[in-house]
Design a protein around this ligand. Structure first.
Ligand SMILES: Nc1ncnc2c1ncn2[C@@H]1O[C@H](COP(=O)(O)OP(=O)(O)O)[C@@H](O)[C@H]1O
Ligand SMILES: [Mg+2]
Length: 471
């Protein structure tokens, strides 16, 4: 028979087709399979002959595969259908199959041809997953995300509702101008956008935008072109409403400023009070003690011939008065060193260093340049208090043997440095919750618009440095 011969020789030619499965089924069993079919199923060709053709189909797909095959054979369907096969080792492949009736070795048979589309299905799945991921990201982002083409909105995520009050579908195809308070605003925005995108891939800016209901909001905007921006004019642009954040930031800034003012004010009041008490102690108590001292000297002269006990008492009273005077002097000097007011910062530093050395036994080196620095009272006081605080820390925390103090006037600023050779402050120590000494130094410096730095090196000491602008 001509047809048979033709079919058989055709089949023989398809035996080795590398990409397609070709097989013939009679009475529900394979009577011929090509190499590809056998390889995909994990059997040898001889093994497959006689096997039920449905046995290699995934059990869940058997029924539909059979139904599809029947409707194709009946001419009710002419497109291939998809199902899964399971190989001998359990591997799953996605197959598209087409069947037709033929005569094979003198009997009716079914010719099946199939293509392995596993990779295609996998890629499609991946694309679908990516799309789903993209959709859920866009949905989850609390910002407005827009796709634009030549200034028209081609895509909007649900975030536009949250940020601008628009439903995404309402603004599709509208001009992006709707987000800006005026034409002038919009033009300014676009000009900056163009200028930036000529040089870089992403444009960030903070800009005033307008909501659907006409209120103005501060937005953090980022825009990135898709593909060639010059040519296609496609952009992805996101708007984040930062109105509250900006307001909170401003309020925080304002409250910090006020707190600084308050601190400065309190500091000022404290200094004045200290000066006042020091003066009172010096003038009032000091004079009274001087008078008492003179009286006692007079008394001592008159009691020369008295009993030894009386003379001893007068003498020890005089000693006591001297001690009280000495204590008093220390107290008012601590409160407000007279040298500070009368002789200036250089002398006050020398005096303080000497006192410190006497009290702690830690050697003090002083280097002041130029020797005579003329400074206003407020800066003088600030630097002096900073020096006192830094020296207190050296005595309390450093275990140093020596400390060097330098004061330099250079390039319109005055720089005070206190360097010890102690254990060296560690970074974590800067954040101790109840340490206000360093914080005080910092605040005092910032009040003048100056700089503060502290640097510790383990076992090599700590250096505190402040600089205040002059004039
Ligand atoms: N010269 C220094 N050497 C070593 N550690 C220091 C020095 N100065 C400060 N510190 C560390 O920094 C911390 C913070 O100092 P400070 O703010 O003055 O607070 P306080 O002296 O009340 O502890 C100190 O507790 C100490 O651990
Ligand atoms: Mg301290």
């Amino acid at each position: 028979m001509v047809t048979n011969t033709l079919t058989e020789s055709l089949l023989a030619a398809l035996e080795n087709t590398p990409k397609a499965g070709v097989y013939v089924i009679q009475d529900g069993r394979f009577v011929m399979v090509n190499d590809f079919t056998a390889a995909r199923s994990g059997y040898r060709k001889e093994e497959m002959i006689g096997m039920e053709s449905t046995s290699i189909i995934h059990p869940e797909d058997r029924q539909t595969a059979r139904e599809n095959a029947i409707s194709m054979l009946k001419g009710l369907r002419n497109t291939p259908y998809i199902f899964r096969t399971v190989s001998r080792t359990g591997e799953i492949h996605w197959i598209t199959e087409a069947v037709s009736s033929i005569e094979y070795q003198g009997r009716r048979a079914i010719l099946g041809t199939s293509l392995d589309v596993t990779e295609l299905i996998r890629a499609q799945r991946e694309i679908e997953e990516l799309k789903a991921l993209e959709a859920s990201i866009l949905e989850a982002i609390p910002h407005a995300v827009l796709g634009l083409q030549k200034g028209r909105i081609v895509f909007a995520n649900p975030g536009v509702k949250k940020v601008f009050g628009w439903e995404p579908h309402e603004i599709e195809n509208l001009d992006m101008r709707i987000f800006y308070p005026s034409e002038a605003h919009f033009r300014r925005f676009i000009r900056n956008l163009h200028l930036t995108l000529e040089r870089q891939r992403v444009f960030y800016t903070e800009f005033t935008c307008r909501t659907r209901h006409g209120s103005d909001i501060e937005c953090l905007i980022s825009a990135t072109p898709i593909g060639d921006y010059e040519k296609d004019g496609r952009l992805v642009i996101t708007y984040e409403d930062i109105t509250d954040r900006k307001r909170i930031g401003r309020e925080l800034e304002e409250s910090r400023r006020r707190l600084r003012q308050l601190t400065a004010h309190l500091e000022d009041v404290r200094e004045k009070e200290r000066a006042y008490i020091a003066r009172e102690l010096h003038d009032e108590l000091g004079q009274l003690l001087t008078a008492l001292h003179m009286d006692l000297i007079l008394l001592a002269q008159h009691t020369k011939d008295y009993d030894e006990r009386v003379r001893d008492t007068v003498c020890s009273s005089l000693n006591l008065i001297n001690k009280i005077t000495e204590s008093l002097r220390r107290i008012y000097q601590d409160l407000r060193p007279a040298v500070l007011d009368h002789l200036g910062l250089t002398a006050a530093i020398c005096w303080q260093a000497e006192e410190f050395q006497k009290r702690t036994g830690i050697r003090c080196q002083i280097d002041i340049f130029p020797e005579e620095i003329k400074l206003d009272t407020n800066r003088t006081l600030t630097l002096f208090r900073i020096l006192q605080e830094a020296l207190t820390n050296v005595a309390r925390h450093s275990g140093a043997k020596e400390v060097s103090i330098t004061l330099k006037q250079e390039k319109g600023q005055i720089v005070l440095t206190i360097k010890d050779d102690g254990r060296g402050l560690a970074k974590e120590e800067l954040d101790k919750p109840n340490s206000f000494g360093l914080l005080g130094i910092k605040e005092r410096t910032f009040l003048w618009g100056g700089n503060f730095s502290i640097l510790g090196k383990e076992n090599e000491g700590t250096t505190v440095s402040v600089s205040l602008p002059l004039g």
